[in-house]
Design a binder for this molecule. Structure first.
Ligand code: HSE
Length: 434
């Protein structure tokens, strides 16, 4: 049986999972793939920490270039992360004629053009299945299972850390700060927590999904992003009273020649399938013109689930090498470049949840509804709450409204005008609805 050698760059959580999986399931994989995949080398600057994997110490090295240049290695697995050293090493691997498997969403989202074009020029593969959805092979679904579909929309819960935090905020009535700490302890969070809670990790993943579905490079700067770090527990509770759960949602929609991609905390009705995705789990709902709605669910982070997708990619690349076909770089050719464009975020329409601290006096509600109406924002429902006993506002009461569909620009203008009148105590809170 043909042997294909693998070298891993980065022996952290996922690197250890991949090494463990490759060793444990080697025979199983060779039976399925018809290729014997051998783990030849692992590079990491830290060779002291015990990763809980019984690898031969002789295959460990601190020299990443030695892995790339090792003639017994045909597939380089990049699990360092980021766009610094990782980018340099991936490019170096391509130039050395090695195919690359990576889980690095930041690298793909920020440097995708350079990565894909270099892989293409060098005639090697770049696989990145674990960059989105951890253990959910959603990228493979888009490029294979749904390849015959026009994708009209995708909605995804793509960050396990945020979903874990939101689940606990709702179930245990805990404030954001208290739960963030627990999420970090659980080991799913990025080293820089802002990447998770401010939505950037989700934006990277959304941009990758949209680029694959629509065949053009989605510039990160064109994607509006709002994370959950400012989310008040009271909005989670009020949303629940209206029958909604708040999820950090990546929303991707195509209309004619425009694509809208956005990341926002979003109210999802309890009976919507995405509302049932809790804790660290991720899910992506994809609508195709032939398939209709399809749903993909699983663990979006963690050692074994992420390793599962990385190893699946290694298997695919190994088969490509054996069969002499380098297909993936071409399969994601940006063939709609110039034909599709990003939608102006200000024109994106949605229903909205709005919370305002309103002066408790005659005419306040009238002032607000008149202003909303003058901007074409129609109210679907409203609920005036009694002030909390610990609310020092006294003369102000919380009012929660749900609107009909309105453009982001219209709602923002209306809320600004309401704030200027002095009828509300603080800038209104607005959240999207699915
Ligand atoms: N920090 C990410 C998450 C890890 O919480 O989903 C997986 O990309």
């Amino acid at each position: 049986m043909k042997q294909i050698g693998v070298g891993i760059l980065g022996f952290g959580t996922v690197g250890a999972g991949v090494a463990d999986g490759l060793l444990k399931n080697r025979e199983l994989m060779s039976g399925r793939l018809g290729v014997d995949i051998t783990l030849e080398k692992i590079a990491d600057l830290d060779l002291i920490t015990d990763r809980g994997v019984a690898v031969d110490p002789a295959i460990l090295t601190t020299d990443a270039t030695a892995v790339i240049n090792d003639p017994s290695i045909q597939i380089v697995v990049e699990l360092i992360g980021g766009t610094g050293v990782a980018r340099e090493l991936v490019l170096k691997a391509f130039e050395a004629g090695k195919s690359v498997v990576t889980a690095n969403k930041k690298l793909l989202a920020e440097c995708g053009d350079e990565i894909f074009s270099t892989a293409e020029r060098c005639g090697v593969d770049i696989y990145f299945g674990a960059s989105v959805g951890g253990g959910i092979p959603i990228i493979r679904v888009l490029r294979e299972g749904l390849a015959g579909n026009q994708i009209s929309s995708m909605h995804g819960i793509l960050n396990g850390t945020c979903n874990y935090i939101l689940t606990r905020m709702e179930n245990e009535h805990l404030p954001f700060d208290e739960v963030l700490n627990d999420a970090q302890q659980a080991g799913y969070a990025e080293a820089e927590p802002s990447l998770d809670v401010d939505g950037f990790d989700t934006v990277h993943k959304a941009a990758i999904l949209a680029s694959i579905a629509y065949g053009f490079h989605v510039p990160l700067a064109s994607v509006p992003v709002e994370g959950i770090s400012h989310l008040a527990g009271v909005d989670v509770q009020y949303a629940a009273e209206f029958g909604y759960r708040i999820k950090l949602l990546a929303s991707i929609n195509r209309t004619d020649d425009e694509v809208e991609v956005s990341v926002h905390p979003t109210l999802v009705p309890f009976d919507h399938v995405l509302a049932s995705i809790s804790d660290v789990f991720n899910a992506v709902m994809v609508n195709g013109d032939l398939s209709d709605s399809t749903l993909y669910y699983g663990r979006g982070a963690g050692r074994e689930p992420t390793a599962s997708t990385v190893i699946g990619d290694i298997g695919d690349v190994a088969r490509n090498i054996v069969s002499g076909s380098c297909r993936f770089a071409r399969a994601i050719a940006l063939n709609n470049q110039g034909k599709l464009k990003m939608r102006d975020p200000a024109t994106i329409e949605s229903q909205y949840y709005v919370r305002l601290m309103v002066a408790d006096k005659a005419g306040s509600l009238g002032t607000m509804t008149t202003i909303l109406g003058s901007h074409g924002v129609s109210i679907l429902g409203a609920n005036q709450k009694l002030p909390d006993s610990d609310d020092s506002g006294g003369d102000y009461v919380p009012v929660v409204m749900l609107t009909h569909r309105a453009s982001s620009a219209a709602l923002v203008s209306a809320l600004d005008e309401i704030y200027q009148t002095g009828v509300v105590r603080e800038p209104p809170v607005k959240l999207r609805m699915i």
